[in-house]
Write a protein that binds this ligand. Structure first.
Ligand SMILES: Cc1cc2nc3c(=O)[nH]c(=O)nc-3n(C[C@H](O)[C@H](O)[C@H](O)COP(=O)(O)O)c2cc1C
Length: 203
């Protein structure tokens, strides 16, 4: 499938075949592809929580207003991020550039993030959002459909997965074989409303 077709046909599916099992190889393939998504300074702050335990899935579903995708999709990935990834052995993020350059780049990351918790969080959300899209498009190529999800109790889900300190829960991506069509598109806005050329007009 070419990328434009994948973008055009990706939809949010809500009913999945609970009997379909995804293999470990497919899961690792999807995560490996997701890991190629861009991140600031290559800090790769995402941590992909793949939930396979059926009891835990039920508990997470209860924290997501009972949405069936959580238990019925072949794959539930909780996208979390480590807000302090930028300071954990940061030279590894540019190790291929050699010791000198990787030190310089590591320092630039520290200068950028130190004391700016809001930016750490913003970038965690940008990075998880981008990898969510990679996952959903890769799922299409592998013959699956998906649903991005944010309708859940973030604190409850964090507690259920033992979210470590300095980590945040961003969103879920559920992936599986659909049992029914996606709802008709809600309708896209007119391009004139969302495409700004150069700058916004004065209010
Ligand atoms: C951050 C985010 C959170 C979402 N949360 C949910 C959710 O909890 N449950 C759900 O069924 N769909 C959820 N969606 C899917 C949207 O409803 C869907 O993307 C939107 O209606 C457009 O439809 P489409 O994805 O089929 O094009 C979410 C999407 C995003 C991006």
């Amino acid at each position: 499938m070419n990328i434009i077709s994948a973008i055009e046909t990706r939809r949010s599916f809500r009913q999945f075949d609970a009997t379909h099992e995804i293999s470990e190889e497919e899961i690792e393939h999807l995560i490996a592809l997701a890991m190629l998504s861009p991140t600031p300074g290559n800090t790769q702050p995402w941590r992909f929580v793949v939930v396979r335990d059926p009891v835990l899935r039920q508990e997470i579903r209860a924290a997501a207003s009972g949405q069936t995708q959580v238990t019925d999709a072949s794959l539930l990935i909780i996208l979390t991020a480590d807000l302090t990834a930028w300071r954990t052995d940061p030279e590894r993020y540019a190790r291929t550039t050699g010791p000198e350059m990787s030190k310089v780049l590591a320092k630039s990351m520290t200068d950028f993030y130190e004391g700016r918790e809001w930016l750490q969080r913003d970038d965690a959300m940008k990075s998880t959002g981008l990898t969510a899209m990679t996952l959903m498009l890769a799922a299409k190529e592998l013959g699956y459909e998906s649903c991005p999800m944010g309708g859940f109790d973030i604190d409850a889900v964090g507690a259920l997965i033992n979210l470590p300190e300095n980590h945040v829960v961003s969103m879920f991506v559920t992936i599986g074989k659909p049992l029914s069509d996606a709802y008709p598109r809600g309708g896209q806005l007119a391009i004139e409303e969302v495409l700004v050329r150069d700058r916004f007009a004065h209010a």
